[in-house]
Design a protein around this ligand. Structure first.
Ligand code: MRU
Length: 382
């Protein structure tokens, strides 16, 4: 099926830019306002960036990673302003200020390991600059460049995931997805929807079914908006309709994103993903996870070790109900055994051996994983 794609209609989700006075600002799509309004908001300091992440104005694992890296650059810009005003800190004071900010940024949300990945790298660079005696304005420049690299790498990685995933799909595929793992969840292009865009460019996508994704509605508000804007045929369904759709034979593949993948392939993603995986297995439908390799967390052995964020009851209840408790976990864990494959920028991995396979590919030095951003387990080799 020929689909004319309009990726140019998608905004850049998070972008660090230089402001009028040479300072940096994070320009981001305020996703709380979609689909009603496309609003670009600005965070001129790291605290405002943390706030945007906490409130889901910026959301999606890769996007919060990129925003987290930018927050460290914004911290550095603040330090540079102090320096210019003549406030001089010694090395120990600069390091203490860094650790304090970095700790708040990294803890903005607990489940997506991409946030931890990006912030810990940016923090390490900042630490090395301070210890090397680099002054605040020059350190801020380096961290700005690093944040821009994170943005660019995110798009490159997503496009590679898209190519690798498209090769798995048959012509005229009807794809079901949950939550939003699209361009809005990344700097640009998307992971699960990156697969859709690459496959649609090859004429392989008949339609995408977007789960509404209660309670926050990332599917209804964001995935449906994004796909329609690009021109991919999309049908919105309530979460409880996926089983019937599959039973009618109308789903050929499920493709979702991930917030954290344990070393054994167990995968945390938006609440409800696990249920979709169970349904897909029952109906014999392939269930793919599309994610960059930095979503694989080798320090977590299996899904039981993944921290699951619990959010406010107000996201679930339209009206507060006296005497009623609310449980609102933002993510669930899909066991690796239910995952057909994990699609990464380094190729397609067997879920249950994802980390071992990735390490083998890296050690072989194959071109397919030249761009790998996998973390090496902090406690040594596996
Ligand atoms: O709470 P959110 O909206 O940040 O949750 C996002 C998801 O669960 C996505 O599916 C995941 O981060 C992958 S995004 C490429």
């Amino acid at each position: 099926m020929d689909t004319e794609l309009h990726l140019e209609r998608l905004p850049r989700t998070v972008e660090l830019v230089r402001g009028a006075r040479g300072d940096y600002e994070l320009v981001y799509v305020d996703q709380r306002k979609l689909p009603g309004e496309l609003v670009f908001a600005r965070a001129s300091d790291w605290r405002a960036t943390v706030d945007a992440i906490k409130t889901l104005a910026v959301r999606g694992a890769p996007a919060i990673g990129v925003a987290g890296g930018a927050a460290v650059a914004l911290w550095a810009a603040e330090e540079a302003r102090r320096f210019v005003r003549g406030e001089r800190l010694d090395r120990a004071e600069r390091l203490a200020s860094l650790e304090e900010a970095s700790d708040v940024i990294v803890n903005a949300r607990p489940t997506a390991v991409n946030l931890f990945w990006a912030v810990s790298r940016a923090t390490e660079i900042a630490r090395m600059l301070i210890e090397g005696g680099v002054d605040e304005p020059r350190a801020a420049e380096h961290l700005y460049e690093y944040a821009k690299c994170l943005e660019a790498a995110d798009e490159d990685v997503n496009r590679a995931i898209g190519e690798n995933g498209a090769a798995l799909l048959e012509p005229n595929s009807r794809i079901l997805t949950h939550c939003n793992a699209g361009s809005l969840a990344t700097a640009f292009y998307g992971t699960a929807l990156g697969v859709v865009y690459a496959a649609a460019a090859e004429g392989k996508v008949a339609r995408v079914y977007a789960d509404e994704t209660r309670p926050v509605g990332q599917g209804a508000r964001l995935t449906a908006w994004e796909l329609a804007r690009v021109g991919v045929p999309v049908t919105l369904i309530c979460d409880n309709m996926a089983a019937s759709l599959m039973a009618r034979g109308e789903v050929d593949a499920v493709v979702v994103g991930a917030d954290r993948i344990a070393a054994n392939g167990d995968t945390a993603n938006k609440i409800g993903t696990y249920g979709v995986a169970v349904l897909a297995r029952h109906h014999g439908i392939p269930f793919y996870v599309a994610a960059p390799t930095n979503t694989i967390d080798p320090d977590v052995a299996d899904g039981a070790g993944i921290p699951i964020e619990e959010r406010a009851p107000s996201e679930v209840t339209a009206h507060p109900l006296e005497g009623v408790d609310v449980w609102n976990p933002a993510f669930d864990v899909t066991p690796a055994a239910l995952i057909t494959a994990i699609i990464t920028e380094c190729g397609v991995l067997d879920a249950q051996n994802c980390y071992t396979e990735l390490r083998e590919r890296q050690e072989r030095g194959g071109s397919e994983c030249a761009s790998s951003i996998v973390r090496i387990r902090s406690s040594g080799s596996m």
